[in-house]
Design a protein around this ligand. Structure first.
Ligand code: MG
Length: 338
């Protein structure tokens, strides 16, 4: 297998702020794996939170290239071999993993969901649309721009949390997800979640610091809204310890290392009776199209990263008023925008 990669700067429509930092653009790495005349594509969105940079992704891809072998159909074994030899670096692993699945789908002329046996016929995939932390004026503008989106995910974890939600509630009564990105203390979280429960908020993502599982366990006994782990859970191995602290967890391809691991997390999550969200980083339609079929197996979906980009370099899934439509094209169903 031949692997090629290229770094691209993806400008954002608006600067994106969360409680842990800000971004004006995303620096993602695009991967092509060619074998037998077929090229599968993947994307890595490196995360500062996980100590990843474009340079560390490229360095990891060079190491992974030596482990690929010559049979893309062995993708689960390739993922296991890569995990055994290279710790962490999940964004690079995700890019390679999705490129191998893309290759298989292209080779078999099957969309990924058909190859994985995912039934998406029974219910449409409805995604939230994210509103980052900003001034009240900018938040108001973003909420107005998102008037056709049925479901908003609001980033909190600031002294302005009450003011942000109150302003949004002056504009719309649509359901909200709230993501605190570890931004609250224990007592603050209890007080704010009590209030948010009366504001048509459906769930709270990562209220407390990732390693404060004892605090989250306590919090879960105090509040009624479901608590969803994001920063507290990267891979399937993390699910064992969060069971009594959270009601569910958020899977992201860039956190877990790809489709192979995400499928494992969905199976284990169901067995543990946890609810499951499928989320993303700032990703183009390429990585979003790899996540979308798996999102059909989940309870909550937050796959809007590509909508926050000014120029999406790929065309893939359709996203219309919060409803995701998968294409029938083979593999990930993506093509480069002209
Ligand atoms: Mg989150």
């Amino acid at each position: 297998m031949q692997i090629k990669f290229e770094q691209k700067t993806l400008a954002l429509k608006h600067p994106f702020h969360v409680s842990t930092g800000s971004k004006l653009s995303a620096e993602n790495i695009f991967v092509e794996i060619t074998h037998d005349g077929i090229t599968g594509r993947g994307e890595a969105a490196p995360s500062r939170f996980f100590h990843e940079t474009p340079a560390s992704v490229i360095e990891t891809l060079e190491k992974i290239a030596r482990l690929l072998g010559d049979d893309p159909f062995l993708v689960p074994s390739i993922a296991a071999k890569v995990d055994a030899q290279i710790p962490g670096n999940s964004a690079a692993k995700a890019a390679v993993n999705m490129a191998l699945y893309d290759w298989i789908g292209l080779r078999l002329n099957l969309p990924l969901r058909r190859y994985l046996g995912i039934d998406v016929g029974s219910h449409p995939i409805c995604s939230s649309f994210t509103i980052g932390i900003d001034t009240l004026e900018v938040i108001e503008q973003k909420v107005r721009e998102a008037s056709t989106e049925p479901l908003l995910k609001v980033k909190l974890g600031t002294p302005e949390d009450y003011a942000i939600i109150s302003r949004i509630r002056e504009l719309t009564d649509k359901p909200l997800y709230v993501d605190a990105n570890e931004g609250w203390t224990r007592d603050e979280a209890r007080e704010k979640i009590d209030w948010l429960a009366g504001q048509n908020v459906q769930l709270i993502e990562q209220p407390l610091p990732a390693d404060d599982l004892a605090g989250t366990r306590w919090l879960r006994q105090q509040v009624t809204l479901p608590l969803i782990a994001d920063e507290s859970v990267k891979t399937a191995a993390d699910l064992i310890q969060i069971g009594d602290a959270f009601d569910g967890f958020n899977i992201k391809l860039m956190k877990c290392g790809g489709i192979t691991e995400a499928l494992k997390m969905i199976q284990i999550g169901r067995w543990l009776n946890l609810s499951i969200m499928f989320g993303c980083f700032l990703e183009s339609s390429l990585a979003i199209s790899a996540a979308a079929p798996l999102a059909a197996l989940c309870d909550y979906v937050d796959l809007d990263g590509h909508l926050l980009l000014k120029d999406d370099p790929f065309i893939g899934i359709e996203f219309n008023q919060g409803m995701i439509t998968l294409t029938d094209a083979p593999g990930l169903g993506v093509r480069q925008r002209d």
